[in-house]
Write a protein of this length. Structure first.
Length: 436
């Protein structure tokens, strides 16, 4: 009898360590059969000790592959031309992606069947398999990164007197694998917050800039300290009494920062942005309002949480008091001022703008600047949805913008991760970014 390798058949002369890659590949795809005791050319060479080979494979599957795949592998002994052949019948698994334990949920650990070979899966395919198995909830999906530490998170919990139990919090799933929520709270968190300070009311001159990384708890404390250091105090006198007033109410800074962290869309890879100008500070969070929720709903205190498990952790740590109160606290902190906070939303971003209470200009001027600066973004995003790619001149002509204004808006949209630039010089074009 002559065998031949196909998309669903693999031949092995003996049991080798690479066998687990083939098993994983079949389980991650549509299943397949592995014949052990057969040469690559299809001729049968046979196995001397079937029981020993079967035990070796069983131990390999149990110790080297996750999640548990044993229920999806069937063993059968064949006698062909008076020679013993061990057949493994691997079914498609229901907890994909399966991976090599030591390699983790990365391309070097996850394999799929491609033609007659088993090859590493791409990161996008791994994410797709996780989403199909775990559902759409970003927080509960298995993290691609499993080598995580939680020094900052444990410190935060210890200081609050709350036990740091990973499974109870949703940081680990029932199989002991870290979730995306775990990744966000870990010291290896991939998402960052960028803060820039400008001289003046526009982005023409940088004064300082910084990028904050690490656990969301670490970012929270470091960003707040960075802003608080620049939140200057000014003094006025009423008779003999001195009245001190900071540029921004501390409660407004706190609530805007927590909103930025707790409610952002973490399936985007772009950073969140905080920009400090002489007349205002802007908190731009990735991800617009959830479907069905309007800006008016938010201002009325209605809250539909994008990241409920993350919000629950911040609530238990008493960092937030209750859902839906943050925006109202920001508004209340400006209740005695002619300057009022502003809220701007697009499909892919949510921005909170806090006016500088000590800035000597009328609020109407601030609003004029904001409107001129922000309105074209919504139109450009709608334009981009109906165009595969577009150039700066396309935007200039369509919306009657000057070259300078158009360039400034496109650069800002690039920084916020809404669009990406391709090619250079006269061949430069832009495309709308998809969610990752």
């Amino acid at each position: 009898m002559i065998f031949q390798e196909t998309e669903t058949i693999e031949l092995k002369r003996i049991v080798v360590d690479d066998l687990k890659k083939e098993i994983i590949a079949f389980a991650n795809c549509h299943g397949g059969k592995i014949y052990i005791g057969v040469n690559d050319d299809g001729t049968v060479c046979g196995l001397d000790n079937l029981d020993e080979s079967a035990l070796q494979i069983s131990n390999m599957i149990r110790d080297s592959i996750k999640p548990d795949i044993t229920l999806f592998v069937r063993y059968e002994t064949l006698c062909i031309n008076n020679k013993n052949v061990l057949m493994l019948d691997i079914q498609e698994g229901c907890e994909k992606p399966y991976y090599i334990t030591k390699k983790g949920l990365r391309p070097e650990g996850v394999y799929v069947r491609q033609g007659f070979s088993s090859v590493p899966a791409s990161s996008s395919l791994i994410r797709k398999m996780i989403k199909e198995t775990d559902g759409d909830s970003f927080e509960q999906m298995r993290s691609l990164e499993q080598d995580l530490t939680f020094l900052s998170a444990k410190t935060e919990f210890d200081e609050s007197g709350i036990p740091f139990k990973k499974k109870n919090l949703g940081i680990q799933n029932q199989d002991g694998l870290y979730t995306n929520l775990g990744l966000l709270l870990s010291d290896q968190c991939k998402h960052t917050i960028k803060v820039a300070v400008f001289n003046g009311e526009k982005q023409s001159e940088f004064q300082d800039r910084n990028e904050f990384a690490g656990s969301l708890f670490k970012q929270m404390h470091e960003v707040y300290s960075y802003i608080d250091f620049r939140n200057q105090k000014h003094s006025n006198f009423s008779g003999l009494k001195r009245i001190d007033k900071r540029d921004y109410p501390e409660v407004a800074i706190r609530e805007a920062l927590l909103n930025l962290i707790v409610h952002r869309e973490y399936s985007y890879s772009a950073s969140s942005f905080i920009r400090m100008y002489t007349d205002r500070i802007e908190f731009t969070s990735i991800g617009g309002l959830l479907k069905g929720i309007t800006l008016e709903d938010i201002q009325l205190g209605i809250s539909v949480c994008r990241n409920p498990k993350l919000a629950n952790i911040f609530y238990r740590l008493e960092l937030i008091e209750a859902y839906g109160t943050g925006i109202q606290k920001i508004l209340d902190s400006y209740s005695e001022s002619e300057f009022k906070p502003q809220f701007v939303t697009t499909e892919n971003a949510f921005k909170i703008i806090l006016p500088n209470l000590n800035y000597q200009k009328k609020s109407i001027k601030i609003m004029e600047d904001i409107v001129v600066y922000d309105c074209p973004e919504n139109k450009i995003l709608e334009f981009a949805k109906t165009h595969t790619q577009f150039t700066r001149k396309d935007i200039q002509d369509t919306f009657n913008l000057s070259q300078t204004t158009c360039g400034r808006i496109l650069n800002r949209m690039k920084e916020e991760g809404q669009i990406s630039q391709h090619d250079k010089g006269k061949n430069t074009f832009y495309i709308l970014n998809e969610k990752k």
